[in-house]
Ligand binder design. Structure first.
Ligand code: IPM
Ligand code: MG
Length: 358
């Protein structure tokens, strides 16, 4: 029996509810498949932990996580703890410490769901955003001097390294090469930012030479938003910096029907460290504890995790079960216009998994 060690870090807000739901679905999947096992260990880290212990995760946290095959992460953030504290206390140390430099964000309109764009249905919007996840605008470089004085200066320095850009470009080309349309769009802002961004573009075109079968084009990040809205069918894979991709992926999720559906994988492609899988939506204090969070992003995330672990069949089966439920039109959580609870959608996906044809 194949066996994998999963570190579950539900952390904050609806992260706790949707990871719970995801683990329930994974259990059913595991029982149904019968040939693999997930050994799940829970970590209580997050904002509640911070209030008690003054840190979001234990000091030896990364050391302990190292031995896992994957990390299944909920969301981090709470109303009473500054966002930069929570983010830099838990999620970014894992992404950066484990060199999860490739962030993969698939977006498509799932069967039965409705894009806010008129006339756009399943198949008309099918993208993968590749986000550089280790440096750029999130490198953490910068500082403040003359604090509190009128002369105060704050800098936030975007850092681009040749090695860092090169590896994300290669990753993006390799992924684009595996998709039917084989189209990779370079997202940039090299018209205004003439150092790092020009280097970013140069390395993209250098890398392109090794992938003659991948078509390429280029879009400035501001123009990319227009193209996503007006001509969604002309895009396939996009590669973007840490911040640009952060912004575009929220737009992408909304255009595909709901942020409550969008998954993401933080990958260390060389597998020197565990990779981390999480829904994009964040902790959502406004609906925390109400039991109405959409668990679909967490399920899609789990499917990406299984794929990464090499459990292709189980991954595809889970995706098929999700799509069967979305196609049926119900149950749906409020973000998708329904009135169902998290547990109703979870039950429906479990039932679909147990059904004969998935
Ligand atoms: C994301 C999120 C995070 C980010 C937040 C929670 C800091 O928006 O994963 O897209 O900006 O990276
Ligand atoms: Mg974001």
């Amino acid at each position: 029996m194949r066996s994998y060690r999963i570190a579950a870090i539900p952390a904050d807000g609806i992260g706790i509810e949707v990871i719970d739901a995801g683990l329930e679905v994974l259990k059913v999947l595991e029982q149904r498949a019968g040939d693999f096992r997930l050994e799940v260990e829970h970590f209580p880290w997050g904002s509640a932990y911070y209030r008690k212990h003054g840190r979001l995760m234990d000091e030896d946290g990364l050391e302990r996580l190292k031995k896992f095959d994957a990390i299944y992460f909920g969301a981090v953030g709470a109303p009473d703890v500054p966002d930069h504290v929570t983010l830099w206390g838990l999620r970014l140390p894992i992404c950066q410490g484990f060199d999860q430099y490739a962030n993969v964000r698939p977006t498509r309109v799932l069967p039965g769901l409705k894009s806010p764009l008129a006339g756009v249905g399943a198949g008309d919007l099918d993208w993968v955003i590749i986000r550089e996840n280790s440096e750029g605008e999130y490198a953490g470089a910068g500082g403040r001097v003359h604090r509190g004085l009128p002369e105060e200066v704050g800098t936030e320095v975007a850092v681009f390294t040749r090695a860092g850009v090169r590896r994300i470009m290669r990753f993006a080309f390799e992924l684009a090469q595996k998709r039917p349309r084989r189209l990779l769009t370079l997202i940039t802002k090299s018209n205004a930012q003439r150092h790092g961004m020009v280097m970013w573009d140069e390395i993209f075109y250098d890398t392109a030479r090794d992938f003659p079968d991948v078509r390429t084009d280029k879009e400035l990040v501001d123009a990319a938003t227009t193209r996503m809205v007006l001509k969604p069918g002309t895009l396939d894979v996009m590669v973007a910096t840490n911040l640009h991709a952060d912004i575009l992926s929220d737009l992408a999720a909304a255009l595909a029907g709901s942020l409550g559906v969008a998954p993401t994988a933080n990958l260390n492609p060389e597998r020197r460290f565990p990779s981390m899988f999480e829904p994009i939506h964040g902790s959502a204090f406004d609906i925390t504890g109400m039991g109405i969070a959409n668990p679909i992003a967490s399920f899609w995330t789990a499917s990406m995790m299984l794929e990464h672990l090499g459990e292709r069949e189980a991954s595809a089966r889970l995706m098929a079960a999700i799509e069967r439920v979305t196609a049926a039109g119900a149950p749906r959580t409020p973000d998708l216009g329904g009135t169902a609870a998290t547990k109703d959608v979870t039950r429906a996906v479990c039932d679909a998994l147990l059904g004969a044809n998935v």
